[in-house]
Design a protein around this ligand. Sequence first.
Ligand code: PGA
Length: 236
Amino acid sequence: MKIIASNFKTNHTRKSTKLFVEEVNQFLEKENIKNDVYVFPTATSLDTFEVLDNLTIGTQNAYYVKNGSFTGEIGTEQLDEFNIKTILIGHSERRHILGESQKEIAYKYNYYKALGYKIIYCVGEPLEVKEIGMTETLGYIWNQFDGIDLEYDNLVIAYEPVWAIGTGKIPTTEDIEIIHKKIKKKITQPLLYGGSVKTSNISDILDIPNVDGTLIGSGSWNVEDFKEMIKITNTK
Ligand code: PGA
């Protein structure tokens, strides 16, 4: 069964997140949808939500500590309060805008792996690498696996080309197929595609071999659109 995940990034408030999660939960119940659905709200909107087992609330980020003096960060003490056991690691915005290095990302990965968290680990190449060619693109992605245990059971990988995130551009079906096939040779866990997924293209993307689901940003923030995409995911 295919997976669908919504990354809120810096969108939605505590109040609108609650409404969104409740609405998605009711929808899953009403339509009897069993696919794994993830929602990653902002840190300020994390909470204890009464939801079905297949609807998981995760954190977009956290520091690799229980608690301490790390201004602006949250640790596992804050996640434990809401029983959050799922984390996004390696998202391109954290790599390229917030400046997280592969070394730091690997450290974070290993910290959360040791605690048994479900990790959605994101990889993907920037435009200048894509433009050089497929060999360089794959080499870039392999470097993003440095220090990452690809045998970890509780892992989901998301391939998200940086140039496709929030831009409306997506790779060709052929490119997604090639890259997913190559990554799948290294892993047995699910592999999601992310980058400008929306109601109008999700069906075609899910039909590409080795695409086990999607990680969606902007296209998922409207709950009606997200519900529509869950419904499509359920038919695949
Ligand atoms: P997008 O973002 O759907 O807005 O392109 C995807 C992501 O960053 O996970």
